[in-house]
Ligand binder design. Structure first.
Ligand code: ADP
Ligand code: ASP
Ligand code: MG
Length: 447
């Protein structure tokens, strides 16, 4: 028997009809025994994600009237779901407990995690499978970061126990995604979209043959399909390429998903719950030689960066100049994303949110400590990653990037070829984000 860890995202579990589709997928393969579930997502464009409603509930805790409206919305949706699936589960009792407990919680994490908890409870009833909570199993440290090794060991122990108790290895286990807890049972969530990480952590713990990630698109597309509807699915992509794309905004998979599975080479297969026979995308360590590949594998972009440019004559001769500059950002606890340099210029690119409340102080420090001849701040930048292993050997890529962007009337504010050679980072104004995305989307045709 193979070990398959399967994760269903929010849209795949948004209502009874979607859960039926997930059930058919699970039941069609006896190897699909470890099932990680997300909170119910949107049923249509204007709908709510359950996680958003739960978080919202916590945020307006002190406004009783508003809170009641949201609580009622949550109740109605779950009551309807339980009724449509015809499962024997007292969801109202669970919700009473959740809303009451949240009132005394300082962190949002407990209530934010309840969408996954309830999905797993309801689906385990529906499938006649076993629910396995991840509080006390996936462990977060005092810094609220996951302790991978302890979590892998705990998952193995917990699953062995379930299988021994049932004396049946074919038992299916339903695991809520997105959260674990500290050693003293305080629930902690991953960042948003984090059920993907739970799937990867479970796959790694069990040394799975495959991690199937079921979502609402037939794989990772060349570009975000919401803005580039002609983007085609990528058949094979490496872990490294995928990480670059997800980090830069291809939120089809959480950026931290790759880490646990890539270390041991477990493939991730992105699949579509609404079209289960599509092949989807295989995410693996290296591309099989028979695979047909484009020069550029994919593109992704995100808004909200700031670039600080320093110019100083003979900067190249001043030993330690860059290191002193980086130290300023380190002392302010600001992660630096990119640092393109020229002979007498350096740019530091970071997410704008990290500069909140610190910008003026940092500028003053740079002036005092580094005395640049010119200091220029460019805010509201979008960064795009054009990603492809082996792309560096194709000079036409850079040429095409400039060509398609200039045809779309987009000015390139920054360009940086990553030293790993698998990506080119391009900075444009936030207001050019959509045009740039569409223009770069046409790079899928370079062969
Ligand atoms: P799930 O609820 O299954 O976790 P998500 O909404 O988190 O699903 O991720 C799937 C969505 O990611 C797609 O519906 C799509 O809108 C978006 N997306 C962004 N970039 C890409 C891309 N390059 N390829 C595919 N989907 C993408
Ligand atoms: N439900 C969580 C979220 O909306 C986690 C996930 O869906 O992966 O962020
Ligand atoms: Mg997701």
């Amino acid at each position: 028997m193979k070990i398959k860890v399967v994760k269903f995202g929010g849209s795949s579990l948004a209502d009874a009809r979607q859960i039926e589709k997930a059930r058919d997928i699970i039941m069609s393969d006896p190897d699909r025994r470890y099932i990680v579930v997300s909170a119910a997502g949107k049923r249509h464009n204007d709908d709510d994600k359950m996680t958003d409603l739960f978080i919202n509930c916590h945020e307006i805790k002190d406004d009783e009237i508003k809170r009641k409206t949201i609580e009622d919305k949550i109740r109605t949706r779950y009551i309807e779901l339980v009724k449509d699936l015809d499962v024997d589960f007292d969801v109202e009792k669970e919700l009473d407990y959740i809303f009451e407990k949240d009132k005394n919680e300082t962190h949002v994490d407990f209530i934010a995690s309840r969408g996954e908890y309830l999905s797993a409870k309801i689906i385990s009833k529906y499938l006649n499978a076993t629910f396995l909570d991840m509080a006390g199993v996936i462990i977060f440290g005092k810094d609220r970061k996951i302790d991978y090794d302890t979590s892998y060991a705990n998952i193995r122990t917990a699953i062995e126990k379930v299988e021994n108790d049932y004396k049946d290895e074919s038992v299916r286990i339903i695991i809520p995604g997105f959260y674990g807890s500290t050693e003293d049972d305080d629930v902690v969530t991953f960042s948003r979209g984090g059920s993907d990480i739970t799937g990867a952590v479970v796959a790694r713990a069990l040394n799975a043959d495959i991690y199937e990630n079921w979502t609402d698109v037939s794989g990772v597309m060349f570009a975000d399909p919401r803005m580039a509807p002609n983007a085609k699915p990528i058949e094979y992509i490496t872990y490294t390429e995928l990480r670059e794309l997800s980090y830069m905004g291809a939120n089809v998979l959480h950026e931290a998903t790759v880490y646990p599975v890539s270390k041991v080479g477990i493939p991730i297969n992105i699949l579509n719950t609404n079209s289960p026979s599509d092949k989807g995308t295989m995410i693996i360590a290296s591309i099989p030689s028979i695979a047909k590949r484009n020069v550029v594998t994919g593109i992704a972009g995100r808004k909200g960066f700031t670039s600080i440019l320093l110019q100083r004559a003979l900067m190249n001769e001043e030993v330690g100049y860059l290191s002193r500059l980086l130290k300023i950002f380190e002392n302010e606890n600001i992660p630096v994303e990119h640092c393109p340099t020229g002979i007498d210029t350096i740019s530091i690119v970071m997410r704008s949110e990290f500069l909140n409340g610190k910008k003026d102080r940092i500028i003053q420090k740079i002036k005092d400590e580094l005395a640049p001849d010119l200091l220029n701040i460019e805010e509201n930048l979008s960064l795009f990653a054009v990603v492809g292993e082996g792309m560096v050997y194709h000079k036409e890529v850079i040429m095409n990037i400039f060509k398609v962007l200039s045809e779309a009337n987009v000015t390139v504010k920054m360009i940086d070829q990553g030293s790993s050679g698998i990506n080119v980072i391009i900075g444009v104004k936030d207001s050019d984000y959509e045009s740039a995305l569409r223009a770069l989307g046409s790079l899928q045709d370079i062969s």
